[in-house]
Design a protein around this ligand. Sequence first.
Ligand SMILES: Cc1cc2nc3c(=O)[nH]c(=O)nc-3n(C[C@H](O)[C@H](O)[C@H](O)COP(=O)(O)OP(=O)(O)OC[C@H]3O[C@@H](n4cnc5c(N)ncnc54)[C@H](O)[C@@H]3O)c2cc1C
Length: 471
Amino acid sequence: MQWSRGEWSGWGQWPRVGAFSSAALDRDSVARAIADAKAGHCELDTKPMCTHLLARGEGRSYGDVATPLDGARLLLTRGMSAIHDFDPETGRLVCGAGATVADLMFAFLPKGWFLPVVPGTKFVTMAGAVANDIHGKNQPADGNFSVFVDALEIMTSAGDVVHCSREVESDLFFATIGGLGLTGVILTVKMRLIRVPSIWMDTETLQFQDLDSFFETDAMSHDFTHNVSWIDCVKTGSAMGRGVFLRGRYSAAPRGGAADGGSATAHRGFDAPPVRGQKLMIPFHAPSCALNRFTVRAFNAWWFHRHPVAPRARQMHIDKFFFPLDGVANWNRMYGRRGFLQYQLVVPPDPERRAIRKLLETITNSGMASFLAVIKEFGQDGQGMLSFARPGTTLALDFTNHGERLLELLKQLDRIVLDAGGAVNLSKDARLSAADFREMYPRFSEWRAVRDKWDPCGLFASSMSRRLGLI
Ligand SMILES: Cc1cc2nc3c(=O)[nH]c(=O)nc-3n(C[C@H](O)[C@H](O)[C@H](O)COP(=O)(O)OP(=O)(O)OC[C@H]3O[C@@H](n4cnc5c(N)ncnc54)[C@H](O)[C@@H]3O)c2cc1C
């Protein structure tokens, strides 16, 4: 198999490592990659290479979960994107691990089918969605992505293809959901799509003036299936925690109405392009100082006041509602060459919101502004042994990489999260300590035992798995 040297990082562009990559298009090439890694063989090098291997999808994880160990191998499975089977009666689908949300939208949205859980970008693969057990804007009602996954085909380090599900080899199934790519290479995913009445969402946006009004608005939004809010992380005092609430549900009332001619399909939008193009692009890295406390403060004030106090209703294309950032290609370059870190946490429900207040105060006091900050409620535990989601409040914060100063702040945030009984999302992380990880993920030993059973030689590894002592 051909392996080429390159530099790799997550979506946050930090940390970066040198590794050898190769693309897999089918299960034979996955088998060859596993054999190569086990033999320590590489055509580029006469010396045996490090024998660790990691699969990677679209690389949309922010931190180092999809980053290989320095000098190791990375197997790119994005090309394994075929649709193997689809039942138009039930929505049951079997597709290759590398099929993305965007691929499935192209194939199925014109026929009235959509994915039941999607993240904030459509450029993620099904295997990536499984390995991080991703959540969407409908987490309280519907749970995580894996709720809709029925079975997986996985190639283990022994080179065997194992079919696993909730009933068969269930230990491997639940260790692979949220298993960070460390149990084997996912080949196919069997899952369920849902019927949608149109390509439109009925949405409302409105301001909330502080943290308490966020929770009040959320409690009054149960008519909507999908909720997410932007929160102003630089505002202090009585307006601390102000923001903009976005809520939506699939629209059963098509645009225009059927009376003005045209087919029902046209009215429901199914003949329109299922995916929007990328109209903007960040062509090169912005200067590292572009996003500072002052520019973020100015942006936040402008953004907050752009939105109404009372709910404003409008219909939005599914793509625009779910994936607003996808309109700008390479937006991660906005943070400059040093990259950025996303910090996502969840803390259990607390009527006093003590942890969330303390987190916001600690961030504002640090003077390090988070440009994109999202707050939302979770309602259900993820099903995987290492799933992140659990009932409570989640905050996701993007920080420019300020080096040690930022790492020190994030350490303080870890302490608050731990004291509250919460956790940090590994799919976004690049710096959590092994000790804090174990406290946040109490099923680690159970996961480790399953992982050791299916990968006894410890073939699969990432920068994260070494940092967190997972392998
Ligand atoms: C703009 C943006 C918005 C986002 N919004 C959300 C959100 O709302 N909710 C959420 O949960 N996440 C969100 N994310 C994170 C993203 O959904 C996850 O990181 C997702 O896992 C990325 O999928 P990927 O295909 O890029 O996988 P990668 O990042 O390439 O890999 C992720 C993991 O999957 C493993 N993997 C990949 N392919 C295979 C395979 N074939 N076999 C075994 N393991 C494999 C990798 O080893 C790695 O551990 C967002 C990311 C971005 C950039």
